[in-house]
Write a protein of this length. Structure first.
Lengths: 162, 368
């Protein structure tokens, strides 16, 4: 069995993602790995015609605060609120990361740049009726990621009322 | 009568102290500087801006007192190759090309001249920096290079295809002579394939070398994708590649130049089919075309294959002119045309790829 050093858990705070998160924490604890808790915000203007910055621009420009840093910080706050207690109880090495862009592209880019050796993500994300996007994040990450990918469904027992 | 300064060097040279912004106010020739169709600044040794002309103010706002790298490049750090710093160091005129960010967030290529302004001791007390926007010239230069290279490539490609046509015609002749319909059909397939190739290459060359005015109309993205898909059923079947279209019919009408979009999709589908044909590592191949919502205000086209994918170098060079991985089979114009059509529609291209696995090209557009 491989020892994973950098595990990326992709979450949109959905049921599927929260179940995946539990598995990711277990895995990181077992392998003493760093856990990257990762969220992607889809931009209002994905084509960049309004002058809004892409996520990759945020590191290098002062406009970040005006264009997206606030929402990134708010999202990091929400992730911390949701997950920090369970993380503090069993892990020491973890990081919250939020990017703006298309989820599959940003997840794969981050995994390549940070030598992630396993990506864990929920099967479906937020319910289909509540989302407009038809990006096939789990399928595309599974196909194009440079590392192992584990896709996890929400608690099956709950889903079937068992 | 009060004497008026004849030039900025005199003005700077008459004073033995470091120049400041107040010196440059109320100049009689300021109106001349304001009218110059280029950006003009005067900067001190710390690269702070002391004076700007009206053209500068129109596009950058009032930059006086700010560091030039902050105004022109939006950074806190000095540029590694700064002509103004060079002029302060060696008292010479320097010329450079810089990428400058305007207030409206547009990126522009500019030719930058820096020239010294001396005090009476011959020291450089300030540097005048003039920036000329050469975006249009660069575009024209690019077009000319494209046209020139297009002719060379077109000649080479058409020569190959004509040889293919001659070969096919010979097979047809032989089949007709012997009344061998199987041989005739085989020859005709070779002829058809080469006619299609000539048509495709010619259209790409025309598209990339000629400026077209897009004809925007209200159409359904799924209909446009369907038109492109229809063009390739036979080719996919001949290559024994599974060809799947997943087009969401509920996508609303949106404004686009439909023939350009069909061309864009055709080039991406063609590339995917060719990549599958080239890949001999897998027993079967598939190409999937999707048209669907990116989000509630945008739609996307996706063309996905399970061919050999791309390495980092190929990805970096994808949209450069005449870069092709297909050797004699490709001109490298296909993706250039895709890029141009996407830009004309103010869209965006995203690529997912992995060596030995496949590629996905996604183009995103606003629903209008």
């Amino acid at each position: 069995m491989s020892d994973y050093k950098n595990i990326l858990i992709c979450t949109d705070l959905s049921e599927h993602a929260n179940t995946a998160f539990i598995h990711a924490v277990d895995w990181a604890k077992k392998d003493n790995a760093k856990l990257h808790i990762f969220n992607v915000i889809m931009p209002d203007d994905p084509c960049g015609n309004s002058g809004a910055k892409k996520s990759s621009d945020f590191e290098d420009t002062d406009d970040a605060a005006a264009n997206g840093e606030d929402i990134i910080q708010q999202t990091i706050g929400a992730l911390k609120q949701e997950y920090k207690d369970s993380l503090n109880a069993c892990l020491t090495d973890f990081e919250f990361v939020v990017k703006i862009g298309t989820p599959d592209v940003e997840i794969i880019k981050y995994a390549k740049q940070n030598r992630v050796d396993m990506i864990i993500l929920g099967a479906l994300g937020i319910p289909e009726k509540d989302r407009a996007t038809r990006i096939r994040t789990a399928a595309n990450v599974s196909k194009f990621a440079p590392c192992q990918v584990v896709v996890i469904q929400k608690n099956i027992q709950q889903a079937f009322g068992i | 009568m009060e004497s008026k300064p004849k030039n900025l060097s005199q003005l700077v040279g008459n004073e033995m102290k470091q120049p400041d912004a107040s010196q440059f106010h109320d100049l009689t020739f300021k109106s001349v500087l304001d009218a110059l169709p280029c950006y003009l600044t005067i900067q001190d040794a710390n690269l702070n801006i002391l004076f700007v002309n009206q053209t500068f103010m129109n596009d950058f706002g009032n930059g006086i007192g700010k560091a030039c790298y902050k105004v022109f490049h939006g950074t806190e750090h000095r540029c590694s190759e700064c002509p103004v710093q060079k002029t302060f160091a060696d008292k010479q005129v320097h010329v450079a090309e810089e990428i400058i960010l305007l207030n409206d967030d547009t990126v522009n290529q500019m030719i930058v001249y820096s020239a010294p302004l001396f005090d009476i001791f011959g020291r450089v007390s300030a540097v005048i920096k003039i920036l000329t926007n050469v975006n249009m010239i660069k575009e024209v230069q690019k077009e000319l290079v494209t046209i020139g290279q297009s002719f060379a490539l077109l000649t080479h490609d058409i020569k190959n295809m004509l040889e293919g046509l001659e070969g096919g015609a010979y097979v047809v002749d032989e089949g007709l002579k012997d009344q061998d319909w199987e041989l005739t059909t085989k020859g005709w397939q070779i002829v058809s394939k080469n006619v299609a190739e000539i048509s495709r290459v010619t259209q790409d060359v025309l598209y990339s070398s000629k400026k077209r005015t897009p004809n925007f109309q209200s159409v359904k993205p799924s209909d446009v994708a369907h038109q492109a898909v229809e063009l390739f059923h036979e080719k996919a079947s001949t290559l024994e590649i599974q060809f799947i279209s997943q087009l969401n019919p509920s996508l609303p009408h949106t404004t686009m130049d439909s023939p350009s979009m069909v061309r864009m999709l055709s080039n991406l589908i063609w590339n995917a089919l060719e990549a599958c044909d080239k890949d001999d590592q897998k027993p079967s191949h598939s190409v999937i075309i999707r048209a669907d919502y990116y989000d509630k205000n945008h739609f996307m086209f996706e063309i996905e294959d399970n061919a050999e994918g791309m390495d980092e170098t190929t990805q970096e060079n994808l949209f450069k002119e005449f870069y092709s991985t297909k050797g004699d089979k490709g001109t490298g114009l296909g993706l250039l045309v895709v890029d141009r059509i996407v830009r004309n529609h103010k869209g965006k291209i995203e690529i997912l790829t992995k060596p030995m696995t496949g590629s996905l090209f996604r183009t995103i557009f606003r629903i209008e």
